[in-house]
Design a protein. Sequence first.
Length: 369
Amino acid sequence: MRPVVLYIDDHHAYQSRLTRRLDSLSGGAYEIAAIRITHEIELRNAVGALAQHMIRRITVALGPRHISLNAILDLLPELTIRINFCERENDERADTPSFASRKQQKDTRRKFRSDRRMDNDAREGVMEIRTVSRFGRVTEIDAIIRRHITVGPPVRDAGNLHSNSIGTHLSFSHKAGTRITRYVIGKERALGHTVVYLPIKPLYKIEGRFRRGSGLTFGDLIYRFSEGDFPDINDMGQWLYMHENGYYTVTLPERSDDLITCDIGTLKQITNAWRDYTHTRSQPTTSWIDIEGMPLCDVLELAVLCDFIYVDAPVGNADKEAVARRELGLFMAQLPKECVILELPHGNRSLTETNHSNQLKESHIASRL
């Protein structure tokens, strides 16, 4: 699970722009929980409404200097730094670090910890405060965040991927990718979990039947995100329908390459939205992003946003297998430690053997979203 930046602001238009920019710069290293408030009195209820798994990962708070955090400090046990906005471009206090004791922030006995570990000594009772100009470079804010993001141990491991997760795969052949996808969908459905299948590949590479058309299609979703018209996370289910094979999926665009030629920044935003949608479902849900036909650098951009990834390790002595194994090693080295890396239990299984839905006379149909 990635660390979270809590972004509180009463300048709503500015907040929307900065959130999109930071999300693009983050590269999956952190996620942003943006809260819009009009009055400071709304703050505690707004933060308390966030999912507990998200609150526990908040390590950075970002917002204007005039909004006090006193009312919520007891809710944020991992907070290490507050980044304040000053409203003037040439404020002499901008970008100047300082430290505040707990007494200065709030009369509470909770311990703050900084990620600046010096001989493993934790600085108790101290939280770093940085002040930056609203008119400064967004890359500078991103750099400050990266220096302070911390997170506890991963919530999921290879044996426990079912507290709602999103995954993908890196495969070096269509056959291997199909085998992995059938295995994952079949396994999740056999467990009675809701499955959301999201293809990002040429339409002529998609196995089985699929819908195309107009209206609430994947193409429509791409257009909306590219225009900055982001739907509410709880509304993402409007783009899904129940496939005849028992999982949820999306109606696809008319042109075959629309999904893989889309701007990678837009695809990252959509993947972030599907991840948040998946994590907020009340029933066990697994979203599966089936990627094919994209450059490895773009696959990596999406993979770092996932909770787990299945990889295909080619065997053989030919040059192509050697190159694939080298690229796989480089790829895995860049994944965040929170992303669980998996392989099929038996890599040489046939496609029919890994299709769990064929093994069960009465497969468990995915629950309603």
